[in-house]
Design a protein around this ligand. Structure first.
Ligand code: SAM
Length: 364
């Protein structure tokens, strides 16, 4: 099945997530991408995807008149380059008029611009309709697509904010990003065991469990292990193992099918560090990450994916300076995964001083 995906804010990262899991992932320009999957795709497992849609391969009116009996609710978004709120609104009303003439009762959901926001789509029941009568119609370059999924922003917010044990100091890994880290490991069989050697409060483990994997977490800080225990119990899941352990020397129990983690990112910074300050921070983090990779490589099976979110710092030229870890991973015993989308996999808000850079490795 061919899908149209509307990508999240970090487009390169979202595209890499699709490429890791599915065939023929392709950038269509703007926020759009396409990919193919033999199986039905569940948007709730994709952290980087805002909307999913399928091609309507017949005239749009013919398709609409075949919708199940009862009141129809349609929203229209146009992701083509020249689309505007005015043209989209006119198009939506034209469709409504014709449908009304066919005797159908129709409500149209309109947005502020050419595309409906994720919140509007979700809260109007479009994209997740079980009746099949509520649909977001997505237009891209003269083709029409029907939505078959929209990101459940409310569910993500709940998972993020309602966890009983949170710690602002270790930073809050957004659940969406945790899902992306796991998905960048590539397709994993159901029940695969995902290790997070820097588990903190357990967001990666939480998302792994919700995705149907087993979770294994270690952290050097006993307090964090208690937090993780509390959070995973709150989730009502039991298929996890956690333990205090220093990632640079811990001996993990087998099996480990994938490693996905957000490492120590250094001190949280509100202002850009000077060259000297940055050198000091890097001198603390570099050995931690290298020694972790050295320790892991001895214990992993060949071809095991290792996905890490590591820090990169904003510099005066507006670029993010990373750790050059990738230059050395070859010697450390890993291959670096390259994505067709190219470019670095960075996750940050505009102007954020410490970004996360995602590195995707496989043990040789
Ligand atoms: C950025 S936090 C990870 C937060 C985590 N993603 C979460 O969901 O809360 C980094 C974690 O690495 C842990 N850490 C630092 N040095 C470590 C080491 N040598 N071995 C294992 N864990 C370590 C810290 O205790 C901290 O919990």
């Amino acid at each position: 099945m061919k899908y149209l995906a509307i990508l999240g804010r970090n487009k390169t990262l979202s595209l890499a997530e699709l490429e890791s899991l599915y065939d023929k992932a392709q950038d269509l320009g703007g926020d759009c991408a396409s990919f193919e999957s033999a199986d039905e795709v569940n948007i709730d497992r994709l952290g980087g995807c805002l909307k999913l849609a399928r091609l309507i391969d017949e005239p749009i009116m013919k398709w609409l008149t075949k919708l199940p009996d009862g009141k129809i609710v349609i929203g229209v978004s146009d992701y083509s380059k020249r689309a505007s709120g005015r043209t989209v609104g006119a198009e939506a009303l034209k469709l409504k008029k014709i449908l009304t003439r066919h005797g159908r009762s129709v409500r149209v959901v309109l947005g502020d611009g050419a595309v409906l926001s994720t919140a509007t789509v979700l809260h109007n029941g479009l994209g997740r309709s079980t009746s099949g009568r509520k649909v977001e119609l997505i237009r891209l370059d003269n083709k029409w697509y029907a939505s078959c999924g929209v990101q459940d922003i409310d569910a993500y917010a709940k998972r993020d904010q309602a966890r009983p044990a949170r710690d602002a100091k270790v930073g809050m890994l957004p659940p969406k990003l945790a899902q992306i880290l796991i998905n960048l490991c590539g397709p994993l069989p159901e029940g695969a065991r995902v290790l997070d050697p820097f588990c903190g409060t357990g967001v990666v483990l939480q998302e792994a469990l919700l995705m149907g994997y087993r979770a294994y977490g270690t952290d050097v800080d006993e307090r964090m292990i208690k937090y993780t225990q509390k959070n995973l119990e709150w989730l009502n899941k039991s298929d996890f193992t956690i333990s205090v352990g220093d990632a640079t020397k811990f001996v993990w129990e087998q099996p480990i099918d994938a490693v996905a983690c957000e490492t120590y990112l250094g001190p949280p910074l509100k202002t850009m560090p000077t060259e000297v300050e940055l050198k000091e921070i890097q001198q603390e983090i570099n050995p931690l990450l290298r020694n972790t990779l050295r320790n892991l490589v001895k214990q992993l099976k060949s071809d095991t994916p290792v996905v890490m979110a590591v820090p990169a710092w904003l510099r005066p030229d507006g670029e993010y300076l990373g750790l050059n870890l990738l230059d050395e991973t070859d010697n450390l015993g890993y291959n670096v995964k390259k994505f067709v989308s190219g470019g670095r996999l960075l996750y940050h808000r505009e102007g954020q001083v410490v970004a996360r850079e995602i590195i995707v490795l496989r043990k040789k």
